[in-house]
Design a protein around this ligand. Sequence first.
Ligand SMILES: Nc1ncnc2c1ncn2[C@@H]1O[C@H](COP(=O)(O)OP(=O)(O)O)[C@@H](O)[C@H]1O
Ligand SMILES: [Mg+2]
Length: 422
Amino acid sequence: MIKNIFYLIVQVFFLILPSKEAWCMDETDLGVPHKSSKIQRTSKQEELRWGLTEDKIDSLFENPKDLVCILEVGGNFKRLNQLWMHLLGWEGYKIIEVPYIHFVHPEDIEKTIEYENNFASIGLINRFLCKDGSYHWLDWTKLFHTRGNTARGEREQHLSIARDITREKTLEMEIEREKQARNLAEAKNSAKSYFLAYMSHELRTNITEIIGILDLTDDRSLPQEEAANYLKIIKQSGEALLKLTNAILDISKIEAGQFNLESIKFNPVSVAQEVNQLLSFEARKKGIELRLTTAPHLPFYVMGDPTQLRQILLNLASNAIKFTNQGSVLISLTALNDDDHFILKGEVKDTGIGMSMETQESLFQPFTQADASMVRRFGGTGLGLFITKKLCNLMGGDISVSSEVQKGSTFHFHVRLAHPIE
Ligand SMILES: Nc1ncnc2c1ncn2[C@@H]1O[C@H](COP(=O)(O)OP(=O)(O)O)[C@@H](O)[C@H]1O
Ligand SMILES: [Mg+2]
């Protein structure tokens, strides 16, 4: 008797258990075949599951404006309305046979899973794959989330509607892109105005100084020693003017894309030795040690522009000497080989005044002397590192700095050169 009752319970249990097809859509939705008796039975279950009448659920799926679906959390679509096919181009495709997450844009998967799993999350914007490979932006609203009958092995499900907001999103992104382009253009413009103002100021200061001193030397009764001193100041101002105009000329050539790099055979170690020799007097005068180390595996000859490599090393090493009062400046060269090129890596390390994080961040912009008093104390144009970076970039490389205030700075750079053709 007890055995018979047990079999009866088991039979009833299997009668109400939903099968895979039972949750499929009806023919008008996807063209996936189904047995109408099962749809009937499943609808009753939907009623139970969602607490809505069968009519109410059906009318939700007849909504012509929104994408409506029932999703199995971590699984597939269980039911979709016709709009999914029209809008996203999946006409005739058995979209419910593929885990639905496969259609979600890789960058949106994480937040989609969070939306799916979390009872509390009711909204989501993600990108959904269309048949033509493009993505549509969907704005999701979760209407119901049920745990399902875990005893029967059912997964959680939710009933959601999604609205296609691709047009709005595209417009929004276009506006954002335009805004960014405008900001960039404005920033470039104001950097140019700043550059022009600073440059004119520097030029005027030096010219005014030269004219002023010349007026003073006009006095015939001037003692010779004083006159000689004035001439020395005129020379210094003239040299500063020449430095500045050369730098401006270099920058405008680089900016206009007219900076032509040479490609000739040269010895990189000789270039570094020349720089070392050129600056050794200045270093000795300040009582600091200037050293050069070159890796033994450096090739004897490479193809490239020796003048610009010299310029890079000279800029970095003269800065290092200028901003170091005791200790040493070390220039070193090593190399990396890749298949067609050879990458020359350089380092200029000093034990000088160092610089703050803030200075380091704006270091490769034009006119970035740490502060105005630096110019008075150390001189310079504030254009050296800007040009150095541009030169490294032109030679297929880059430059960076690491520094600590009162401890010193290390500039690292690399440039791409070629092996000479035998
Ligand atoms: N080795 C260094 N140690 C400390 N500060 C440095 C060093 N190199 C550059 N700087 C800082 O960066 C600024 C810009 O350098 P640069 O572009 O070469 O211009 P300039 O040498 O004409 O001042 C310097 O004025 C200085 O404040
Ligand atoms: Mg400099």
